[in-house]
Write a protein of this length. Structure first.
Length: 485
């Protein structure tokens, strides 16, 4: 086993069985409930056995139906053959922790909505701050997801910036930024990207020099191509022009684990932008993406805890520190699942935020998977790689029959459909639309007979992908040849 594939400090580590964990969790909650003395559940909550059986059967049938059937079911997000969107099930420990806390159903809007999960939330925010290199007094909390985390960061930015100062985002930033800027009544300025999909620094400097921009949103790990905005160069630019800097690390934030000087990261992984997260004013990160959590778990962190004053409603506090964090007072949302904090807490106790233990090796495997596949694609005559992957997302397209964008588009769609429709060995990818300009920058031989073309996109966010890319590549290359002939 190569040194960088270290899985755990302990030799006997294995993937835990979710049923055993659930059973232990349910037993513990049963015992806890029993300790509060017997009572009779109200008959109004009863369900007749036949109705229950039929409804449960229908429910489970729908969840597990054929994805391509009449009433479409779920795609196999858990399986390495699913390499399409940012979707995978939580780790078994997160599932068990969530189920246990959910039976109690604490509400993390306030510490007394459930003190244990409230405290766990403070602890995991501390863990995330440490991973990102933010100071220990950084203020933060969990959110429903990245969109709300970004909204809160942009809202605080608006409160701090002079009126009408624009928010600069790159064209490749998540689409929800402009939507949320609309909610906030702030204008966004879309900056062009370079050929690799990263924010263009020259355009950023021009915009900052103009004086209209108050806040810059950088994305280390874009949702489309996994491109990493050059944060280490954006930080000094924002300082020079006095702009606030928010990092939308909803997808990419956990890659910070592999950005340490001595962390083993594969070739082409840009460490410097992830190290620069430490210098951002705020960071959004989604544990429900690369943190092995079920949906409903984003986070926002602020370098300066004093921004807590903007959240003040009837709170007597004028200065906030993480010690004095009263969750509901520093969050736009009110009710939030304490179970989400519990699940993340247990996960990080089992799989800590370290480069060589816990989550680091999970992320490392995903990065290696993308590089391994990129190498195979480049060596293959059947496919073309759009650009070298920076994180674990890659875009590519079948070698088209004619050197035109319309042929690229058609071939990509046909391969996508064909792979998904296979009965015995399907592969699930996604489609991503690329502008003629970007495609031609990489492939000048392609004629721009339309404005954009769909290419194939794959998110290799499961560590199992590392050992499955040969198979995935084989299947995709085979489909490309079949579509061509
Ligand atoms: C997923 C994502 C978001 C949106 O987060 P949700 O958790 O889906 O609300 C925002 N920005 C980036 C870069 C993302 O990848």
């Amino acid at each position: 086993m190569p040194e960088d594939a270290l899985m755990s400090e302990e030799d006997d580590a294995r993937v835990p069985d979710v049923r055993a964990l659930l059973a232990r969790a349910m037993d513990a909650i049963d015992d806890w409930e029993a300790g509060w003395a017997d009572y009779d559940p109200h008959p109004s909550l009863g369900v007749a056995p036949e109705r229950l059986d039929a409804a449960m059967g229908a429910y489970l049938d729908r969840l597990t139906a054929d994805p391509e059937g009449q009433a479409p079911g779920n795609y196999p997000f858990f399986h390495p053959r699913y390499a399409g969107q940012m979707l995978k099930p939580p780790h078994p420990v997160a599932t068990a922790a969530y189920a246990a806390a959910q039976r109690i159903n604490p509400n993390n809007h306030a510490l007394d909505g459930g003190p244990p999960t409230g405290q766990m939330e403070q602890e995991v925010i501390g863990d995330l701050a440490a991973m990102l290199g933010l100071p220990s007094e950084a203020l933060g909390h969990l959110t429903g997801g990245g969109t709300v985390a970004n909204l809160e960061a942009l809202w605080v930015a608006r409160e701090l910036a002079a009126p009408r100062q624009k928010i600069a985002v790159s064209e490749a930033a998540h689409y929800t930024h402009s939507r949320m800027a609309g909610v906030l009544g702030v204008e966004t300025l879309a900056l062009p990207t370079d050929d690799a999909g990263r924010m263009d620094l020259g355009a950023l400097e021009d915009a900052l020099a103009d004086g209209a921009v108050g806040t810059v949103v950088a994305t280390p790990g874009t949702t489309g191509r996994g491109a990493v905005d050059p944060l280490s160069e954006i930080v000094p630019l924002c300082r020079r022009y006095g702009a606030r800097l928010h990092a939308d690390a909803a997808y990419g934030g956990f890659f910070a684990l592999l950005s340490g000087e001595d962390a083993v990261a594969p070739e082409g992984f840009p460490k410097a932008p992830f190290r620069a997260l430490a210098a951002c004013d705020s960071v959004a990160i989604d544990p429900h993406k690369h943190g092995l959590q079920p949906y409903g778990c984003g986070a926002v962190l602020f370098r300066d805890p004093d921004v807590g004053r903007f959240y003040q409603h009837d709170s007597p506090y004028t200065y906030f520190t993480s010690d004095a964090l009263h969750l509901g007072e520093i969050s736009l949302e009110c009710s939030r699942a304490g179970a989400a904090a519990g699940a993340l807490w247990l996960t990080l106790r089992c799989l800590p935020l370290e480069a060589r233990d816990g989550l680091g090796p999970v992320l490392g495997a995903c990065l290696r998977a993308a590089r391994r596949w990129a190498t195979r694609i480049e060596a293959s005559g059947a496919l073309r790689l759009l650009s070298a992957p920076e994180t674990d997302i890659l875009c590519f397209f079948p070698e088209p029959r004619a050197a035109t964008l319309s042929a690229v588009d058609r071939a990509s769609r046909r391969v996508f459909d064909r792979l998904m429709a296979s009965d015995d060995d399907p592969v699930f990818l996604s489609l991503y639309r690329v502008s003629a300009e970007t495609l031609r920058a990489h492939f000048p031989d392609l004629e721009a007979d339309q404005e954009e073309a769909a290419v194939l996109r794959s998110v290799l966010m499961k560590p199992e992908h590392e050992n499955e890319v040969e198979r995935l590549h084989g299947r995709v290359a085979e489909a490309c040849r079949a579509v061509r002939s």
